[in-house]
Design a protein around this ligand. Structure first.
Ligand SMILES: Cc1ncc(COP(=O)(O)O)c(C=O)c1O
Length: 342
């Protein structure tokens, strides 16, 4: 069946007219800007570029897609909320999320008064094709959130293209951690699947969580839709500029990434034989999912030592998700867990 975007978008969103900033249609330097009620004085007196033109150009070069296929959010968290709001009619529609997966899909689903359908992962934290097939037969979900590599399980999800091509609705592939893996980005599938949205972020491998930059990739139609409905000035000028500067001058990107990956392997090696550790899952991310014999005790002891780890996800109660830190932070972690194992 041919995919028609208007069959999935909320009618009130489809009717929105884009907010156009007059000055953004001009490139002259000597414009007299009296149209936006700004203060003529001050260092930060002007509103930011609402279309993030330079950033989108940069991401277009990095990811080999057209700038028109890119939309920018105040972190990918904002994009998740915007996408859910664009398609899900509150009190009526539902979304489908993997379980366990990143909790914000469910959170924003609930914020927007949508039902949240769970697609349970199997023992290997993969989606069984048979389970998927039988669930979508009865499902009315408009959106499917796939997270690959998945937070909090750490693994990449197999058969993504099968799920994208068989789901009757919008499929979001969240690739927040893809740079830590050897997987190929689903961005290369965009031309083939008009129902696909791919999300990336500068918060993880790029080390810019404080700048709050999330990047969406989709058809031009979907990108225009999200850009139309987003708050016009959602990413500050300073953050846009800093992100651009960092992306252009980050000579340490590869080096830091490789250090995180080698620290991840080393951490795993140092922890895997400890008495208190039952299992360490393979990770394509910058964290390890570790199952402990007595997870409560471990969590408490780490806290006592001022080491913060992630609260357990309800679907994997015996596990902690532990971020790979810098070498000295990792040494502190190993030392506390070593003591606990004695
Ligand atoms: C899978 C996943 N998606 C999105 C995000 C949010 O990223 P951002 O900082 O861009 O909002 C996170 C953050 O932990 C995440 O784990």
């Amino acid at each position: 069946m041919e995919f028609k975007l208007e069959n999935f978008v909320r009618p009130n969103i489809l009717d929105l007219k884009p907010y156009n900033s007059l000055r953004e249609s001009f490139t002259d330097e000597d414009l007299i800007l009296l149209e936006a009620n700004e203060n003529p004085f001050g260092k930060f007196n002007r509103y930011p570029d609402s279309k993030s033109v330079k950033l989108r150009q940069k991401f277009s070069e990095i990811n080999d897609v057209k700038p028109e296929q890119i939309f920018i959010g105040n972190g990918s968290d904002e994009l998740i909320d915007l996408i859910i709001r664009a398609f899900g009619i509150p009190g009526k529609d539902s979304i489908m999320v993997m379980n366990p997966s990143f909790v914000m899909y469910e959170f924003y689903g609930k914020v927007n008064d949508l039902k949240v359908e769970k697609l349970n992962l199997n023992q290997d934290f993969q989606i069984d094709k048979e389970d998927f097939d039988s669930q979508i037969k009865t499902s009315k979900s408009k959106l499917l959130f796939l997270c690959s590599p998945n937070n909090p399980t750490g693994n990449s999800i197999a058969n993504l293209e099968y799920f994208i091509s068989n789901f009757n609705g919008i499929v979001v592939v969240d690739e927040a951690y893809i740079e830590f893996s050897k997987e190929i980005s689903a961005v290369c599938l965009l031309d083939k699947y008009p129902n696909l949205i791919v999300l990336k972020t500068l918060s993880k491998a790029f080390g810019m969580a404080g700048l709050r930059i999330g990047i969406g990739f989709a058809s031009k139609e979907i990108s225009d839709l999200i850009t139309t409905m987003k708050p016009p000035y959602n990413v500050s000028s300073e953050n846009q500029n800093l992100a651009l500067e960092n992306l252009s001058n980050d000579e340490n990107f590869e080096e830091n990434l490789n250090l995180i990956l080698s620290e991840r392997d080393q951490l795993k090696e140092e922890l895997v034989d400890l008495k208190i550790v039952s299992k360490i899952y393979n990770s394509d991310c910058n964290f390890l999912l570790i199952e402990f014999e007595n997870v409560e005790l471990v969590y408490k002891k780490l806290l006592e030592n001022k080491i913060f780890t992630s609260l357990r996800h309800p679907a994997i109660e015996k596990c902690l998700r532990i971020n790979v830190g810098n070498p000295s932070e990792n040494d502190s972690l190993v030392s506390v867990l070593n003591q606990l194992s004695k």
